[in-house]
Design a protein around this ligand. Sequence first.
Ligand code: ATP
Length: 198
Amino acid sequence: MTRRIGLFGGSFDPVHVAHLALARAALAQLALDELRWVPAGQAWQKTRAMTPAVHREAMLRLAIADEPRWRLERCELQRSGPSYTVDTVRELQAAEPGASWFLVIGQDQYAGLHTWHRFDELLRLVTLAVALRPGAAAEADPRVRAAPLLRIELPPMAVSATAIRARVAAGEGIAGLVPPAVADYIYRHRLYRSAPGS
Ligand code: ATP
């Protein structure tokens, strides 16, 4: 049987409950054999300096430890320079020929996918699986809409890493927004203490 592998990329700064809900829904609804979480080494579209990879990776490990079909994929952390999804997919597909690959993204990413590096090539390599995200632009570019698309049903969750960082910087609680072990990690390492956006 063809192995079905999902790829779920992001800065995960920090990983939060909407990521986990989306990843759980993807496993079930796409009948995946595994879902690989792909933390970005250097997100080329984000201007904000990301938290060092060692922390983002440690938080992800804490968050995904209990689900055996979730795996951490470190390839973008190991690459220097910008992380392009198309390069990641090519690298992983070369290592595992014959699998079916699904690119799991939220709707905000879908709406901007035509701005991704070599997006047309990327769309030929993977099947897109898109989850609704509150506040995201509804429509994608026609060139992206032409590609086959699977929908991931997910109750709308107005959670973002940006809002979580802002809450920590403002001294507000984040219980329920990240798993307890991730909240502990954030406090222990004094992450996100400075002003939002920094
Ligand atoms: P930031 O606020 O720092 O931009 P983020 O919360 O959007 O971060 P990312 O790590 O950039 O988190 O997102 C990784 C993936 O998860 C993206 O495909 C994004 O669309 C999706 N995602 C994040 N939050 C949600 C949400 N609340 N609902 C649906 N999808 C989401």
